[in-house]
Design a protein around this ligand. Structure first.
Ligand code: FMN
Length: 328
């Protein structure tokens, strides 16, 4: 499996529609679901929560939980549903997540985490991976992180996504904790240096191709979140520059394919805005970005937006393409 570049799991962002859209721009990146709590995966509407289109693969399911029996059950469900990987969230600092004993607070509980991963590994044959922070609260020490990772390695986890910013479990909102405190890429590089046999993926604040290339000389992979959500078309450059892909789909081609998907999904009962909301950044940094956003917000972002209105969207797309070509 190729985890050289992946799109980060992001709640309310990387749902199946967003992933389908992203896949139109990159065949090679690894995609992750939003975090799904074990109880929702087991007892919830599985079709609604876990189903996906085959085009989205390779695809990982990210799970949040700390009950080893539940985690094992979800690992098996993920495998049976064709996911390529199951990833445990050990990095979310939110109060709600802490109350339910999952996410970053589990960094304090290496024995419990090891038990959980062990039961997941024994329940399925797909890779079990972990996404964690480099530390939490006052703990940002190489030895602590390294020992935590070694505990997980001991029970069969060999891929770690390290968000290079420690989790602050009290006194800061999860949103603030996405920008504060400072990133510490050096800690991630050192983990890779110390553990050359492990697959170490670096995450946090990465967007430019040069930065990606540089990280790839020191780590096995790069995970990118917000910058791809804000500027999804940057995946085309990643595909060309990092994977050497020759094709370069235009935004017009992407919009056309997305409209075909939209039409199919609307017939199945999906709301127009549930798909189109992910496309706000399609013209990020381009001429016509404002017009695109205005069209979306006027016609396709309401709960009851009508699919018929989406037909006119190609006029905006074609105008934008012409304006940008003339400008290049
Ligand atoms: C809106 C949003 C939702 C997120 N949801 C999750 C999540 O469900 N699971 C997770 O492990 N991390 C989540 N994260 C953290 C990202 O996966 C990632 O680690 C973080 O944004 C840093 O990467 P970036 O600087 O490239 O965005 C979320 C981040 C954002 C902005």
């Amino acid at each position: 499996m190729n985890r050289k570049i992946s799109v980060a799991p992001m709640m309310d962002c990387t749902d199946r529609h967003d992933r389908f859209f992203l896949r139109l721009m990159s065949k090679n990146v690894m995609l992750y679901s939003e975090m799904v709590a074990t109880k929702s995966a087991i007892h919830g509407d599985r079709k609604k929560i876990l189903s996906y289109s085959p085009e989205e693969k390779p695809l990982a399911l990210q799970v949040g939980g700390s009950d080893k029996a539940e985690l094992a059950e979800v690992a098996k469900i993920a495998e049976d549903m064709g996911y390529d990987e199951i990833n445990i969230n050990l990095g979310c600092p939110s109060k709600k997540v802490q109350k339910n004993m999952f996410g970053a607070c589990l960094m304090r509980e290496p024995d419990l985490v090891a038990e959980c991963i062990n039961s997941m590994v024994n329940a399925c044959k797909i890779p079990v991976t972990a996404k964690t922070r480099i530390g939490f609260d006052d703990t940002e020490e190489f030895d602590y992180l390294n020992n935590f990772i070694l505990r997980m390695k001991g029970v069969g986890c060999s891929t770690f996504i390290l968000h290079a910013r420690k989790a602050i479990l009290t006194g800061m909102s999860p949103k603030q904790n996405l920008n504060i405190p400072k990133l510490n890429y050096g800690m991630v590089y050192k983990i890779k240096e110390e553990n050359p046999d492990l697959e170490i993926i670096i995450n946090g604040g990465i967007s430019k191709i040069d930065e990606i290339k540089n990280h790839l000389t020191l780590c096995d992979g790069v995970m990118i979140g917000r910058s791809i959500y804000q500027n999804p078309y940057s995946l085309v450059e990643i595909e060309n520059e990092i994977f050497g892909t020759k094709e370069k789909p235009t935004r017009e081609e992407i919009a056309e394919k997305l409209l075909e998907y939209l039409e199919k999904e609307v017939k199945l009962g999906t709301k127009v805005n549930h798909i189109m909301r992910h496309t706000v950044g399609l013209y990020h940094g381009q001429i016509g970005s404002k017009e695109w956003k205005r069209y979306l917000s006027d016609n396709m972002m309401a709960r009851d937006s009508d699919f018929q209105k989406s037909k006119h969207i190609m006029t905006i797309v074609q105008n934008n393409e012409k304006a940008n070509q003339a400008n290049s």
